[in-house]
Design a protein around this ligand. Sequence first.
Ligand SMILES: N[C@@H](CCC(=O)N[C@@H](CS)C(=O)NCC(=O)O)C(=O)O
Length: 210
Amino acid sequence: MKLYDFELAPNPRRVRMFMAEKGVTIPTVQVNTREREQFAPDFAKINPFRVIPVLELDDGTCIGESVAICRYIEVLHPEPPLMGRDAKEQAVIEMWDRRAELEGMSAAGEVVRNAAPMFEDRGVAGVADGFPQIPALAERGGKRMARFFDFWDRQLADNAYVAGPNFSIADITSFIAIEFVKRAEITIPDQCKHVARWYESVSQRPSAKA
Ligand SMILES: N[C@@H](CCC(=O)N[C@@H](CS)C(=O)NCC(=O)O)C(=O)O
């Protein structure tokens, strides 16, 4: 089994953080997306969408998508549970994780991909060129992040963690979204005290360094 990874990329970091929480290690193959290694002809066989992370199993099956990889690891290593134990917990965690992905990661991606010079003509992950950056999308992404922080502050006012009393994959996705958007110098707004408290506690976890 091996994980196609890149230490500077946010989505692979989600998987590394998930593995670190579980004490799982998997050998990695570094795919330097800054050097465009995802566009090497052979990588299309690993992931035709040309994005990382990908988990390659010993039988050759390639699992793309961070959450699908985490799901696989969760089934093999159920402790500590990060995706819920029973039907209700699983549904609530998935709800918040999807929200973190759709409202947080995707808004952060909108900002970074449409503003950072390294993504010029590559406004969409996994495309080599021909997708110009749209500055208005970066601006709108910033507004979406403000909305994300506001919702998360309300959720974290009443909950220790994003999906309730226990740390879960929803905290990992939320944390990485905030880490990702820092590249565009967007940080937790001063008034979001609950997000700041939660972010500080997640930052202290050893897995935050994975
Ligand atoms: N939905 C995918 C997103 C994967 C993704 O966008 N990965 C980025 C790295 S964080 C990538 O490989 N980008 C390649 C590129 O920029 O062309 C997931 O959850 O794993």
